[in-house]
Design a protein around this ligand. Structure first.
Ligand SMILES: Nc1nc2c(ncn2[C@@H]2O[C@H](COP(=O)(O)OP(=O)(O)O)[C@@H](O)[C@H]2O)c(=O)[nH]1
Ligand SMILES: [Mg+2]
Length: 310
């Protein structure tokens, strides 16, 4: 059974050595991979000195790194963590166990339910962001996840080899979670402790620009994965506005046999046409999305078949 530990890194010279040693102590037989993303410090050299498989990824962004890692690396189980020593390695066994038992395809280390993230993280706005994203996703996908954006995760091979990584940057975690829910992979959450970065080590995440990208990702994936619901919302909105401006015109017509509110009449017709168009878009794209889902299921069957022959 091969286990791969994946550590995407950008400027983590201060901590990467310790992270590699901690994971090696917990999983002596695992292969540890560090993908260095144009670091301006000695991350690459230090990771090499500590005996990790080190590779350079030139396209900047965590998503780009994860994309390459998922494509390049062969293993039965995968663990992903940050290179900043915020996710303790000792939880790795708890993360791997449900995969080995076949009880989950993806296990996430949840920083939020036991409050260690809220306690440790110094950036208050991140808690608001976490709550907002969690609320949105749980509402859209009728799920009950506690921590959507955690960087501590374990996956089985089926998940890794079928995950289309489209996000270039920090939206990658959100994308993975939504993909999991949409494609009915089994997800399990394990509460973990989170430790803030040591003094002098800096987070690469920008609260506002990356927060905006995450929200944008949720919006885009909602449109792509649930087009009927997405376009129905627009359709209803236009219909309500259309009726609001059109009903007085109709009432006037029945009362007097004439129409004097010409601008309202034109507006109402426009809005109702938009409503019907939105609904049509929803119907068409719903079929497209359904076909993609079927395609994906066949792809999963193929990957599973390859794994058996492997
Ligand atoms: N490869 C790569 N890794 C990155 C990049 N930005 C951040 N990381 C790594 O991704 C992980 C998470 O980033 P971090 O700054 O800790 O985000 P936070 O945990 O949300 O504060 C860390 O291991 C970073 O080194 C990047 O552009 N490329
Ligand atoms: Mg981090």
């Amino acid at each position: 059974m091969r286990i791969a530990v994946l550590l995407p890194c950008y400027n983590e010279e201060q901590t990467i050595g310790a992270v590699i040693e901690e994971f090696r102590a917990e999983l002596p037989d695992a292969d540890i991979y560090v993908y260095d993303n144009n670091s301006k410090d000695r991350t690459y050299e230090i990771a090499k000195e500590h005996g990790a498989f080190v590779k350079k990824e030139f396209r900047q962004g965590k998503g780009n790194v994860v994309r390459s890692m998922f494509r390049d690396i062969d293993a039965d189980y995968y663990v992903m963590a940050d290179g900043d020593r915020t996710y303790p390695a000792r939880f790795v066994h708890q993360l791997l166990e449900p995969l080995k038992q076949g009880e989950a395809n993806i296990v996430i280390g949840d920083r939020l339910s036991n409050g260690t993230y809220v306690e440790e993280n110094k950036r208050q706005f991140h808690n608001f962001g976490n709550n907002l994203v969690r609320g949105l996703i749980n509402f859209l996908y009728k799920s009950d996840l506690k921590d959507i954006m955690t960087g501590y995760r374990a996956f089985d091979r089926l998940f890794v080899k079928s995950m289309p990584v489209m996000s270039p940057g920090f939206e990658i975690e959100t994308e993975m979670t939504i993909h999991t829910l949409d494609k009915r992979f089994v997800i399990k959450e394990i509460p973990i402790e989170y430790k803030d970065r040591p003094e002098g080590s800096e987070s690469k995440l920008n609260t506002f620009s990356d927060g905006f990208k995450v929200l944008n990702k949720i919006f885009t994936l909602f449109k792509e994965y649930k087009p009927m619901m997405f376009f129905s919302i627009w359709s209803v909105l236009f219909l309500v506005l259309g009726l609001a401006s059109g009903i007085p015109v109709i009432v006037e017509f029945f009362d007097t046999g004439f129409i004097t509110k010409i601008p309202s009449a034109i507006l109402a017709v426009g809005l109702v046409i938009l409503s019907v168009l939105s609904f049509g878009c929803g119907l068409i794209l719903d079929t497209v999305a359904a076909n993609f889902k079927k395609q994906f299921e066949w792809e999963l069957n193929n990957i599973k078949q390859d794994m058996k022959e492997f």
